[in-house]
Design a protein around this ligand. Structure first.
Ligand code: CTP
Ligand code: MG
Length: 255
């Protein structure tokens, strides 16, 4: 059984809104709902754990009930850091789950292909994360902003989510991080902390984390493009149907 945990208990400080960014509207619905609808369309995932801030949990539970076709979903309370939120989610995954995906609620543009890439690789390697090659040159700098060195770009990848793991491995990594007071910036770093290999799989440049208002502009553009191509394909099938109709009528008049 595959369970997806969605940390959604942040404050969204960099977004600069007066509320948690996962509730910000993107096209026709809040970011969190986009994310859950995308995962609900993936038949490989069985159920969800959504991690919400204490003061938002009740509202989130109500909203989830209203999403048509959503997978079975539990809501749990998050912590002060993303890692603590994921830990709380992990403590309440169903006993039958053997693979856990962790996906930022703030990444609404996730595609089924990327989810599948991660799941396929978890089955082989136990730890797999979606990522994309870095396109800019990255510099390491010191405290005075002087460049120390330039790592070879071919070795640099930008981490995304989903990050997927066998449940036992992820539990072990989270417990070890807790007892070592180790705080990582993603789930994979906890696996690295216990010296288990982590495999990278191809993510998607569109699978951005909505962090600041500019990200919303990008996301709106992507969704707008999808909507346009949907209308176009509906339009072209309507045109070709009409054309067929016309041909049949012409044929009949000739006969
Ligand atoms: N998150 C969480 N619990 C926290 C912090 C973050 O569940 N204590 C979640 C966020 O809701 C988000 C994901 O982890 O879906 C990625 O975190 P980030 O993009 O940093 O979101 P925020 O922490 O909300 O944003 P900011 O850092 O700008 O305050
Ligand atoms: Mg944060």
């Amino acid at each position: 059984m595959i369970t997806a945990i969605f940390p959604a208990a942040g404050k969204g400080k960099r977004m600069g809104a007066s509320f948690n960014k996962v509730f910000a509207a993107l096209s026709d619905k809040p970011i969190l709902i986009h994310t859950l609808v995308s995962f609900s369309r993936c038949s490989l995932v069985d159920n969800f754990v959504v991690v919400a801030a204490p003061e938002e949990a009740e509202a989130v539970s109500k909203v989830l009930k209203a999403i048509p076709g959503i997978k079975p979903c539990k809501v749990v309370i998050g912590g002060t850091e993303r890692q603590y939120s994921v830990y709380n989610g992990l403590m309440s995954v169903p006993a039958a789950a053997d693979i856990i995906l962790v996906h930022d609620a703030a990444r609404p543009l996730i595609s089924p292909a990327v989810i599948k890439n991660v799941i396929d690789e978890v089955k082989r390697s136990e730890a797999a994360v979606a990522a994309v090659p870095v396109t800019n040159t990255i510099k390491v700098i010191n405290n005075e902003n002087f460049v120390i060195n330039t790592p070879d770009r071919k070795t640099l990848w930008m981490m995304q989510t989903p990050q997927g793991f066998s449940k036992d491995l992820l539990m072990k990594a989270y417990e070890q991080a807790r007892s070592d007071n180790f705080l990582g910036t993603d789930d994979a770093s906890l696996i690295e902390h216990i010296h288990h290999p982590v495999k990278i799989v191809m993510g998607d440049y569109k699978n951005i984390k909505i962090t600041s208002p500019d990200d919303l502009i990008f996301a709106e553009a992507i969704l707008g493009k999808k909507a346009v191509s949907k209308v176009k394909s509906e339009l072209s099938s309507a045109i070709s149907n009409a054309f067929e109709d016309m041909k049949t009528k012409l044929l009949r008049t000739r006969l």
